[in-house]
Each structure stands twice: as structure tokens, then as C-alpha cells.
Design a protein. Structure first.
Length: 336
């Protein structure tokens, strides 16, 4: 029976996260990173159950900082970006749920070791009692956005990078996405973020579906922004494309940018890197004036949901945001 990845706004059974593990991955800011993870977990838990995967020796700390509203599961992990190392869930037409276990190589071999992160999906799916579907292809969840109706958007910058699947052609990558995630059309944007060197340009920094036929895109106003021209090239591709149902896209522009300084480094806090929860949207913010305007744009894109900002400059320093550290578990028997 064919299965399809539902859209992120479909009903969730809960949310998966993972606890920051290693000092060398968070130089000088590990405690601050853990505080931000706990804050994100708390914000998501206001809308739906949260399960935090933690190393056994760090589980007590995770429980203490996250509080009783977050369940902590003890499993071996290397890192804490569960959007990318965790399973991607799909549903059958009858509502049956499975988890696709793509390979993980730490964004092209950037952080050794990563073997436990490559294995954690299988362990977690066994813990959850969810059927595992194995894929030989390397894929991170932050590299894709889907509408739940057959359309997937990704970036050439990431999925065609030689450090991911050098033995696969573009067509073969598309075929695997279609086979495992139930999509029928793949749209390739040329660019992710220019400064997104950790993930090599994940799509969740530049474009995200907010409804079938509707895409929220990052389109910075400042001509000095490194993605000013690149974002407009992405927009042009979407304007010239149709989705799996043949619809032209409605594009919502998010023009605000936010920067913060962490450990002496200026980082961009990406507003687009948000998590859509049951009845809510949890958005990374920087604690600056532009936050409110960005939150208003996102609220308009998700009518009926409560939009919550969480200050996460350290997550940006680590290379991501709220979306990067979360992974939704769709509710079984979801209609979408």
C-alpha cells in the first residue's frame, strides 16, 4: 500500500526532539543551547506532547530542565538536530503510519562521529512501535517541504551537493523521494541560504509550504543581504512552476531579517525555521523589533493558530532553528 508524507500542518500525535550532547559542537555555549532546547520544548508542549531523546547519562539533566511536561527517552545519539537525523513519518491511505529511515552522514561528514545518529531512527521507531521503511539515500528532513498532496520542494544547493549522494543522479534522487514519501512532483529551487554552511542550503531556511498551493518564501529587503538576489531567483522558479495538482503558487513574502551576536560571531536567526504544531506555530526570534513584523506575517499565513516566538540565537549559532530541532509525528488515521 502506498504511503505519503503528510504536510506539517496535519494533525500531530506529538513532536520529537533530541538533547544537545557534546561541548565541541557548542563551543562555549552548551549550557545556553540546552536552555534554548528546553524553551523550545516547553513552547511546543503547550500545543502537543513532546518526546526528548537524550543520552542515558544526560537524561536526568534533560528532565530537570524540560520539566514534567516533556517525556525523555534514553537512546544513544551524537547530536541534537532531530529534523535531520530522526525518522520522517508517512501515512497510508488507511491511516497506517510508518517511519522512513533515510541515511544520515552529518551533513556531508562535517562532525565526527555520526554513526549513532545514523542508527537512532531505527532504535526510536522500534521504541515507538512504528513500522520502519529503510532507504539507502542520504536525506535530512530540513532539506524538504511537502504540501501533503504530492508536491515536494527542495534545493539544488543541498540535494545535489557531492557530499550527500554522489552516486545518484538528479532523476534517481527524485525517484527515491517519490517512492519513499509518496510525492509525484519535485520542484528544485536553486538556492538555500548563502551562509547556511552547516546544511549546505536546506530548504527550511528559504521556503516552506503553509497550505496546498501556498508557499512562504524568505525575500530579504536589504540589497546587502547575501541572499537578496538568490531569494529572488528562488521566487522566479516558483512563479514559473505548478504543483502536483497543476496549481500556480500563491507566494507569501517574509521580508524581515534578524541578526544576533553569539560567542563573538554574528549569526542570522531565521524566522522561516519554525515548527507548526497542533493549533500553533513556534517561531525562532532574536529579541529585536523586526520579530513582531515577522510573527505577524507568519500568523497571517496560518490563520487560527497561535504564533509563539522563542528567542533562539544559540540555535542559530549552532546552524539552525526551531524547525531543525523538531520532527512531527503525524497522527495515525489523519485525513491528510
Amino acid at each position: 500500500m502506498s504511503k505519503r508524507m503528510p504536510a506539517e500542518w496535519a494533525e500531530h500525535e506529538g513532536c520529537l526532539m533530541a538533547w544537545p550532547t557534546r561541548e565541541e559542537l557548542w563551543p562555549g555555549v552548551l549550557d545556553a543551547a540546552r536552555a534554548e532546547y528546553a524553551a523550545v520544548a516547553g513552547a511546543v508542549a503547550a500545543f502537543e506532547p513532546v518526546t526528548m531523546v537524550a543520552l542515558p547519562e544526560q537524561a536526568a539533566q534533560a528532565r530537570a530542565l524540560c520539566g514534567p511536561g516533556v517525556e525523555v527517552v534514553e537512546l544513544p545519539i551524537d547530536d541534537s538536530w532531530f529534523r535531520d537525523s530522526g525518522p520522517i513519518f508517512v501515512l497510508g491511505a488507511d491511516g497506517s503510519r510508518a517511519g522512513v529511515d533515510f541515511r544520515f552522514n552529518s551533513w556531508g561528514g562535517k562532525h565526527h562521529p555520526w554513526d549513532q545518529d545514523d542508527r537512532v531512527s531505527a532504535l526510536l521507531l522500534d521504541h515507538l512501535g512504528v513500522t520502519r521503511i529503510e532507504s539507502p539515500m542520504i536525506l535530512e528532513g530540513g532539506a524538504i517541504t511537502v504540501d501533503g498532496e504530492g508536491t515536494l520542494i527542495t534545493t539544488e544547493q543541498c540535494l545535489l551537493h557531492p557530499n550527500r549522494n554522489p552516486g545518484l543522479t538528479r532523476t534517481e534522487i527524485e525517484d527515491e523521494l517519490k517512492a519513499r514519501l509518496g510525492v509525484t512532483k519535485v520542484i528544485w529551487l536553486p538556492y538555500g541560504g548563502f551562509d547556511d554552511r552547516e546544511t549546505d542550503g536546506h530548504v527550511d531556511g528559504v521556503a516552506v509550504f503553509t497550505a496546498p498551493g501556498t508557499v512562504l518564501i524568505q525575500l530579504p529587503d536589504d540589497p546587502a543581504h547575501p541572499d537578496y538576489a538568490r531569494a529572488r531567483a528562488n521566487k522566479a522558479v516558483l512563479e514559473a512552476s505548478t504543483d502536483a495538482a497543476g496549481r500556480r503558487f500563491e507566494l507569501i513574502e517574509l521580508r524581515q531579517s534578524a541578526f544576533a551576536e553569539v560567542a563573538g560571531e554574528v549569526v542570522e536567526v531565521g524566522y522561516l525555521n519554525f515548527y507548526v504544531a497542533n493549533g500553533g506555530v513556534v517561531v525562532p526570534v532574536a529579541g529585536i523589533e523586526a520579530d513582531e513584523k515577522a510573527l505577524a506575517v507568519i500568523a497571517d499565513a496560518f490563520p487560527g493558530r497561535t504564533v509563539t516566538g522563542v528567542k533562539t540565537p544559540v540555535l542559530a549559532f549552532g546552524g539552525g532553528g526551531v524547525h531543525c530541532v523538531t520532527q512531527q509525528i503525524p497522527a495515525a488515521r489523519s485525513t491528510r
